[in-house]
Design a protein around this ligand. Structure first.
Ligand SMILES: Nc1ncnc2c1ncn2[C@@H]1O[C@H](COP(=O)(O)OP(=O)(O)OP(=O)(O)O)[C@@H](O)[C@H]1O
Length: 240
């Protein structure tokens, strides 16, 4: 396996008095999709937020391309080359789609070729370019949220439950865009409860329980072992 793009070593995070991450260790290989799976409430979102510096690790190390990013400001982590799609989408409802996209491009103006690609992946963004984001449907808001993280080429994308609650056609559009991003050579760390999407997109996989990684390996190995899925993730996995 190639050198990891991201490495977490013994990461502990507290939220208020609660000890949520209890020594998280895993690697995200360079290129391809790493799934972060596990039951509800085991710490997946907290892991992504800790990587982005939105929660502070109180112990442990986070290395991005061999650089220690633990303790850096979120803006510095983004500038280092990590894009983040939060579970709550993080878009500005009062601003237009265009303004949302323009603000997301932290390095300068939007690249026209990049924008053309995003329009082909997410056609509603072109249709509603001058409209307020608050007027978009839920699926279109999610497209905007993902497109914002993709507004500039990044080395690593952290994406939190992008398909949650959406109809199959929207799920297919979102998954198709993530596949294209992967085919462009990006590294993606993806939290996803829809096991069909996880199986279709994932190359490697880390499974969390109770604030720790309890299994890691090839996605194909987990996808082919129903007893292991049941043991690690129980009934929270949608196998449809
Ligand atoms: N702001 C907060 N204040 C207090 N506890 C929190 C807060 N955010 C998360 N937690 C707790 O931290 C634990 C881990 O939550 P987290 O959102 O990381 O889990 P998750 O694996 O992403 O779950 P889900 O699939 O439900 O999003 C949960 O017990 C949750 O209740």
């Amino acid at each position: 396996m190639s050198e990891p793009t991201l490495r977490l070593k013994g990461v502990h995070t507290n939220i208020a008095q609660y000890h949520i991450l209890q020594g998280v260790d895993f690697d995200v290989p360079a290129g391809g999709v790493t799934m972060l799976l596990g039951r509800n409430g085991v710490g997946k979102t907290t892991t992504l937020r800790t990587i982005m510096g939105l929660w502070r690790a109180r112990a442990g190390t986070i290395l991005f391309e061999d650089r220690d990013i633990t303790g850096l400001a979120t803006s510095a982590i983004a500038r280092a080359g990590i894009g983040y799609v939060p579970e709550d989408m993080g878009i500005f409802s009062d601003l237009t789609v265009e303004e949302n996209m323009t603000l997301a491009a932290i390095g300068g103006p939007l690249d026209p070729d990049r924008l053309d690609w995003l329009f082909s992946a997410f056609p509603p963004l072109k249709t509603f370019w001058k409209k307020e984001a608050g007027n978009l449907s839920g699926g279109q808001k999610q497209m905007l949220s993902i497109a914002r993280a993709m507004a500039e080429k990044r080395k690593l994308y952290l994406i939190d439950e992008p398909t949650k609650g959406f109809a199959p056609a929207i799920v297919a559009t979102l998954a198709g865009a993530l596949r294209e991003l992967k085919n462009q050579g990006a590294s993606i760390l993806l939290v996803e409860q829809n096991f069909s999407v996880a199986r279709a997109l994932g190359d490697s996989c880390a499974v969390m329980d109770d604030g720790k990684i309890v299994w890691s390996g090839a996605m194909a190995a987990l996808a082919g072992d129903h007893a292991l899925q049941e043991k690690l993730m129980g009934l929270s996995v949608e196998t449809a």
